[in-house]
Design a protein around this ligand. Structure first.
Ligand SMILES: [Zn+2]
Length: 90
């Protein structure tokens, strides 16, 4: 993934759980402010496959491994993200 510049309505770089709730996968994704598409990449928590993400942005945000079909859930950050989004700065 290239460098991120400009405005985004969503950015994440998180580890994700496999079926045993071990944090073996990773999801890096971002949604440009003027798009409704998630771009990014992932490492599958189940099979280790590295793939690209390009899908419609919606909640809940899940990434499906294109190789094994495992669905990685990317829950909302509760504690890590401060509720600054409401005060969107321009
Ligand atoms: Zn997989």
């Amino acid at each position: 993934m290239g460098k991120i510049t400009g405005k985004y309505k969503f950015v994440c770089n998180r580890k994700v759980e496999n079926k045993k709730t071990e944090l073996t996968g990773q999801v890096k994704a971002y949604v440009p402010a003027d798009e409704n598409t998630v771009h990014g990449e992932y490492i599958c928590a189940e099979c280790g496959h590295k793939g690209k993400i390009e899908q419609e942005w919606k909640r809940p945000f899940n990434v499906k491994c294109e190789k094994c079909g495992f669905v990685m859930k990317v829950p909302k950050l509760k504690d890590q993200v401060k509720r600054d989004k409401k005060k969107a700065k321009k």
